[in-house]
Write a protein that binds this ligand. Structure first.
Ligand code: ZN
Length: 254
């Protein structure tokens, strides 16, 4: 289970499997700062409050002043290799990032989609993944883990993965297009009281991670639903386009 922590007036969630790895810095943000409007996105509109909140967030988790790599997330299966910090100034297009650099923060912005953070047991490399239904259908989690193994020379068995707060199967009603795109009946739930099937996005991604070689016991999945838990999270389904954004971050301390 993810643990709730509060530091410097900022509330965030921590994963036990990632906490066990020395030098890994990580967190999933919540909407709780001084009040309940601690938004960390979107990045498209330059917003001084968002910039300030981001700086406060990374400082509160022990990465003060580290460059933050932001992705221009487009619901794709594209994985970006971050080999230098020049990408910190501008958003790179893609939905996952991997790096072996130290003192750099990889970030994923969500408001219902699944944020996934990955590290190997020796803190040699990390990854951050944005998996909505389109990214999941494009196998982004599986592709990212395979790339991490190939590029950074880490063993799948040494990987620890935290799946952060996302829209739960309780609230994630989907249409036939999604059922068809995902193509695995086992990750949908149907109940008499639901007019349409519901997608279990975390389970779909868990299966990809296991298929890529991550041991099941090293995958930690948040059971908190972003749509149900208005007290903790922003939700696109609940609040629409104007919803604030949560930020999930990971990095390697120098
Ligand atoms: Zn829910």
């Amino acid at each position: 289970m993810l643990q709730v922590r509060r530091h410097s007036q900022v509330t965030f969630l921590h994963s036990e499997v990632l906490d066990r790895i020395p030098r890994i810095v990580h967190a999933f943000s919540t909407r709780r700062g001084d009040r309940n409007d601690f938004t960390l996105g979107p990045p498209s509109s330059p917003n001084p409050i968002v910039q300030m909140n981001r700086a406060r967030f990374v400082a509160s988790i022990g990465a003060p002043g580290w460059p933050i790599i932001k992705l221009n997330q487009v619901h794709s299966g594209t994985v970006c290799d971050i080999d230098d910090t020049s990408a910190a100034g501008e958003a790179v297009e893609g939905d996952a990032a991997i790096t072996a650099l130290q003192g750099v923060i990889l970030s994923i912005q969500t408001a219902d989609c699944v944020p996934i953070l990955v590290a190997d047991s020796e803190a040699r490399a990390v990854a951050a993944i944005h998996a909505g239904w389109r990214g999941t259908a494009a196998h982004i989690a599986e592709t990212t883990v395979l790339r991490l193994m190939e590029k950074c020379g880490v063993d799948g068995k040494s990987l620890a993965v935290a799946v952060g707060p996302h829209i739960g199967v309780c609230c994630y009603e989907v249409g036939d297009d999604v059922v068809e795109a995902i193509g695995d009946a086992a990750v949908f739930e149907r109940r008499p009281e639901w007019p349409k099937p519901h997608l279990n996005l975390a389970e779909a991604n868990r299966r990809q991670l296991v298929r890529a070689g991550v041991p099941e016991r090293q995958i930690e999945i948040s059971s908190l639903c972003t749509r149900c838990r208005e007290d903790l999270f922003f939700s696109y389904r609940r609040e629409g386009k104007g919803a604030g954004r949560l930020l999930s971050v990971i990095g390697i301390a120098p």
